[in-house]
Write a protein that binds this ligand. Sequence first.
Ligand SMILES: [Zn+2]
Length: 203
Amino acid sequence: MYPPSIEKLIHHFSKFPTIGPRTATRFAFYCLNAPEKEIKELMSALQEVRNSLSFCKICFRSIAKEKEFCSVCANRGRERDVICVVEKEADLLAIEKTNEYNGIYFILGGTISPLKKEDFKKIRAKELKERIENHKDHGLPKIKEVIIATNQNTEGEATANYVSRILTSLNIKHTRLGRGLPTGGELEYADEDTLTHSLKGRK
Ligand SMILES: [Zn+2]
């Protein structure tokens, strides 16, 4: 429908979370018509984010390349025997904002769709297993509890079930957030009181 170079750009934008083909097309045409300077800045920002950041060795949060651990994992005051498994960094930040949680995290980096079995390759399932099995190798204490804090929607549920099976196979005590997040069940958009309630009501 469009020249190949535009189709290619639409294809790339379509991969972004929550972006459908229509919005992707609008983005592509925006890029085509935007001032040269703006596009150059966008390209260098993309490169910079890839080149200057890396992941925390414990929880996979994004950190400055020269660091090894994120501020949560580096904090000796945190309970290192409780791990909260979240889908993405924004969910970690939402939980941090409640000031109710004092453990550490693990970021899965995605979700599993119940219809696409191969999706499990898209989350850090292998890394989570390693994380749990080698917890002590990092000088961390024996794991007391893993809280599965995925979103309360179809993908979040499928992901939680998958993680739960891994933890059961490793004989690790795990809990799920209590019900009650607003429609859509997304942690990222829940207010602090609701999220606190959900954390306290875990089972
Ligand atoms: Zn970390």
